[in-house]
Design a protein. Structure first.
Length: 507
């Protein structure tokens, strides 16, 4: 996004990407997500520290390591969160980032198949499409959600996120619309944009406190480039704070421990880590109508392929969720939805593993705005070493209560008239207590954010113009600057941050 907008405005841009090209069929086929997410050619698998609050397990955190970053391997759900998420950002000191101010940046990036409206844009580059797969049991689940008492929501990206309905997906003409495909590829023809892959940034170069360039490793060689205007970090919520710490911008004691000269003591770099943590319920369907059944049936597989080829429809056009919704648990004190449900007519241990050999149907519960805060710190001055990631999932009692309440709601939805006759056994959570189940079997929804928190206070890592405090000539523009995680999947908001960030750079 940034490379596109800045090169279009006539700036000379050098884009450094540690991963490789995104030229691979599975990256672009929407359902290919199940194949690429844990494939080390496209994804770097970070590991969290085992923590008692989440069952003393390490949890894998894949992040895209390829052109397009995580948008090349993500689950394609296009959703912006709640209007109040952005109003919260502004109230926390991110002046200019309230909902009304950011809406134009969502719209200008978007090419919504449903056309231009108060909430949607149709002339941007990022393809956004309504769900293109009809599964009778997904429809039945949505109906059950309304019988449970949730409103039907025809567009989660319009007036409200609240209710149940079908997701929109980042898809154009049947293919994934990653940020590389939507924004970077068209800009690569420009002579003032240079894109280097296999280039791992090791640190930002400073003269005094002014960022003057970057150093990176390419093959076995260390290389440097100088920036006449600015250096921008867009390495994501794990690696932007890591690069800052490696460059001497971070908690002074931590940097000294690793022999790194302190450029600016910035205690909050890597702090305030937030992620969405989910627990999945699975029921066994009475009839063999799960995708688990379809993928074992050569005829159905051929039908799916044809549906995609001829009509850009069907199961191959979906990613991480098809339908879902947002609900208020009894703990939602502020009247806003605090729970997201993700629903799929299949079941699997984790994406990439074989689908179960029974007719499974999955609905997961995920707290929208966890109070628990984690942290991320380098464990070595080696830029290739992974940082120490402590998510601190569920350390706050409120988070534990909300997640358990969400699982209870899912059980109630399965029991509504539209769904109750379709299944005969609950596979998960089963007999475990709900909290124990959530603690020991839950996992990430892949949305780490906020490790370079934006704010108006002196402790914030970046100011509302996304400039790193304490130094000059350096900005962070990615998911790490969110003051707090939004109440939904994070890709659309990150792209909006890129669009608004590009505008801020040019004033
Ligand atoms: C498996 C998965 C599924 C997801 N599903 C969804 C979904 O369905 N919907 C949704 O909205 N969101 C989803 N997300 C989240 C969403 O994709 C991310 O929030 C978003 O892509 C974050 O963008 P970013 O620019 O902050 O970081 P990233 O997209 O992670 O980009 C960072 C880039 O920087 C590169 N990089 C890192 N370090 C260096 C270095 N030292 N030198 C050079 N390059 C470096 C990386 O290789 C990468 O290309 C998912 C994420 C994952 C991983």
């Amino acid at each position: 996004m940034l490379a596109n907008r800045l090169s279009a405005a006539g700036h000379r841009v050098l884009l450094l990407e540690t991963g490789g090209s995104d030229r691979n069929f599975w990256i672009h086929l929407p359902v290919g997500y199940f194949k690429t997410i844990y494939d080390a050619r496209f994804s770097r698998l970070f590991d969290t520290e085992p923590q008692p609050s989440s069952g003393s397990r390490n949890i894998l955190w894949p992040r895209g390591r390829v052109l397009g970053g995580s948008s090349s391997i993500n689950g394609l759900i296009y959703i912006r969160g709640q209007h109040a998420d952005y109003d919260d950002w502004a109230a926390a000191g991110a002046t200019g980032w309230d909902y009304r101010s950011v809406l134009p940046y969502f719209k200008s990036t978007e090419n919504y198949a449903g056309g231009e409206s108060e909430y949607h844009g149709a002339s941007g580059e990022l393809g956004v499409s309504d769900l293109r797969n009809d599964h009778p049991y997904c429809a039945a689940w949505v109906e059950a959600g309304t019988q449970f008492g949730l409103p039907f929501n025809a567009d989660f990206n319009a007036a409200t996120e609240y209710g149940v309905g079908a997701y929109q997906l980042s898809i154009k003409d049947g293919w994934r619309s990653s940020s590389a495909r939507a924004f970077l590829r068209p800009a690569m023809r420009r002579e003032n944009l240079a894109v280097l892959t296999g280039a791992h940034v090791s640190r930002v170069l400073f003269e005094g406190t002014r960022a003057v360039g970057v150093e990176w490793r390419e093959g076995g060689t260390l290389r440097q480039a100088r920036a006449s205007r600015e250096v921008i970090l867009s390495a994501g919520a794990i690696q932007s704070p890591q690069i800052l710490q490696l460059s001497g911008v971070g908690p002074a004691a931590l940097l000294r421990e690793h022999g790194i000269a302190v450029v600016a003591d910035a205690p909050q770099v890597g702090e305030n880590l937030q992620d969405h943590y989910q627990a999945r319920t699975i029921v066994r369907l009475k009839k063999p109508l799960s995708l688990n059944d379809d993928v074992r049936n050569p005829l159905k597989l051929a039908q799916m392929g044809l549906q995609w080829l001829l009509a850009n429809r069907g199961p191959l056009t979906v990613g991480a969720g098809q339908v879902g919704g947002f609900a208020k648990t009894r703990h939602a004190g502020d009247g806003r939805a605090d729970m997201q449900f993700n629903v799929m007519p299949l079941s699997v241990d984790k994406p990439g593993d074989p689908l179960h050999d029974y007719s499974g149907f999955t609905a997961s519960a995920c707290q929208c705005r966890p109070l628990s805060r984690g942290r991320l710190r380098i464990r070595s001055s080696d830029p290739l070493a992974a940082p120490r990631i402590e998510p601190n999932y569920l350390v706050e009692e409120h988070d534990r209560k909300v997640l358990v309440a969400g699982l209870e709601m899912l059980r109630e939805i399965y029991r509504q008239p539209a769904f109750r006759d379709l299944w005969d056994a609950e596979v998960l959570p089963g007999d475990d207590g709900l909290l124990e189940f959530a603690r020991t079997k839950g996992g990430t929804v892949f949305h780490p954010t906020s490790t370079c928190r934006m704010g108006g206070d002196a402790g914030a890592v970046v100011d509302p113009q996304l400039r790193v405090r304490g130094v000059e000539g350096l900005r962070v523009i990615d998911a790490s600057v969110m003051p707090s995680v939004i109440s939904a999947n994070t890709n659309a908001a990150t792209i909006m941050i890129g669009e608004k960030g590009a505008a801020l750079l040019q004033v």
